[in-house]
Design a protein around this ligand. Structure first.
Ligand SMILES: NC(=O)C1=CN([C@@H]2O[C@H](COP(=O)(O)OP(=O)(O)OC[C@H]3O[C@@H](n4cnc5c(N)ncnc54)[C@H](O)[C@@H]3O)[C@@H](O)[C@H]2O)C=CC1
Ligand SMILES: O=C([O-])CC(=O)C(=O)O
Length: 320
């Protein structure tokens, strides 16, 4: 029996992610969670998703709750609660406002579902993953964030189109911040198993344009349609399936890094990590000098922002 809870289920991303998760094999229950006052909205969504399961011919049970005590028994808890950015904002602008929303949610998860695995989505996702880790009191392997998985998938599609190959022929990773300082790992990019730098067309590859497009993907979608929904929603479902199916895939997610990348760490940030039913563990890797310098800068940025948010949260809590 597997139970997946989505906290923030009434939101634009939360509702689509709930739909995507309800189609994963071996997920028996999807629990839609939200704040008191959202009962009608949660109930209506549960009816709609139950109809969806009926139409798909699956027996997934859709439940809903506004009580954190009902997090109990969850195998995976996806958190999408919080404010999204508006046109012109950077994800980091949301840090304190969303930390104030995520900290109490994480505390309740630690209290009622201490054996679950938390998948953090709220932005800025690297900092919110650290907030969830701190306030849940759970182990680093149990708390991870969507990180640069979606960025890596966005780059993969651009490379596949450029080389006119099926996306499954392309392997690539973006590590670091889910944001401006993200770092593409061209040294870990292959097409048909061949290192991309060994292909003659590599010298003409518009690398900077591709990475800029990935960096601006979220803001472009938000500006023109209001929110990013289907990309992150299906990326969330992939990660949930990887856990529930105990798949041992290596995906690029935000995870607490100690020293796995050239001894740089002590922060939650996007790195390749092995994901299974036990949770998420970063993989030790070695990267090229230029990539390492960029990753080091990204880690420093996120570590400083995270510490700043922790200090502000401590001040807010001590002043009552
Ligand atoms: N990591 C990633 O790749 C992505 C992250 N996101 C992030 O996910 C979050 C949600 O985005 P959307 O669903 O588009 O936003 P939305 O506004 O549609 O939904 C927000 C949800 O959070 C809840 N919420 C808002 N304030 C709250 C509070 N004070 N306490 C408890 N719950 C609260 C709302 O009830 C709602 O369920 C944002 O922070 C957004 O930036 C969105 C897309 C991709
Ligand atoms: O851009 C945003 O704010 C939402 C997000 O993180 C993404 O879609 O990558």
């Amino acid at each position: 029996m597997s139970k997946v809870t989505i906290i923030g289920a009434t939101g634009r991303l939360g509702s689509f992610a709930s739909h995507a998760i309800s189609g994963i094999p071996h997920v028996d229950e999807v629990m839609l969670a939200g704040r008191p006052g959202r009962e009608n909205s949660l109930m209506a969504l549960s009816h709609d998703l139950t109809d969806s399961c009926a139409a798909r011919g699956t027996g997934t049970k859709i439940t809903w709750s506004t009580s954190p005590a009902d997090y109990a028994g969850s195998d995976v808890i996806v958190v999408t609660s919080g404010v999204p950015r508006k046109e012109g904002q950077d994800r980091t602008d949301l840090a304190l406002e969303n930390a104030r929303i995520i900290a109490p949610i994480a505390e309740q998860i630690g209290k009622y579902a201490p054996d679950a695995i938390i998948l953090m989505i709220t932005n800025p996702v690297d900092v919110m993953t650290a907030v969830a880790l701190r306030y849940s009191g759970m182990e680093p392997r149990q708390v991870f964030g969507l990180g640069t998985h979606l960025d890596s998938m966005r780059l993969k599609v651009l490379i596949a189109r450029y080389f006119q190959v099926h996306v499954s022929e392309v392997h690539t990773r973006i590590i670091g911040e889910h944001g401006e300082s993200m770092v593409p790992l061209w040294s870990a990019t292959t097409i048909g198993g061949i290192r991309i730098s060994n292909l003659p067309a590599f010298s003409d590859l518009p690398m900077d344009e591709m990475v800029d497009r990935v960096k601006n993907s979220g803001s472009f979608i938000i500006k023109n349609s209001g929110a990013t929904v289907y990309g992150p929603g299906d990326a969330i479902a992939t990660l949930v399936q990887t856990i529930i199916g105990n798949e041992n895939r290596i995906l690029t997610v935000s995870s607490y890094v100690r020293s796995e990348v050239h001894d740089i760490g002590d922060t939650c940030i996007g790195v390749p990590a092995r994901i299974n039913r036990e949770g998420v563990v970063p993989v030790s890797i070695r990267i090229e000098d230029a990539e390492l310098a960029a990753f080091g800068a990204s880690v420093e940025k996120i570590r400083a922002l995270t510490r700043n948010i922790f200090e502000k949260m401590d001040e807010l809590r001590s002043s009552g």
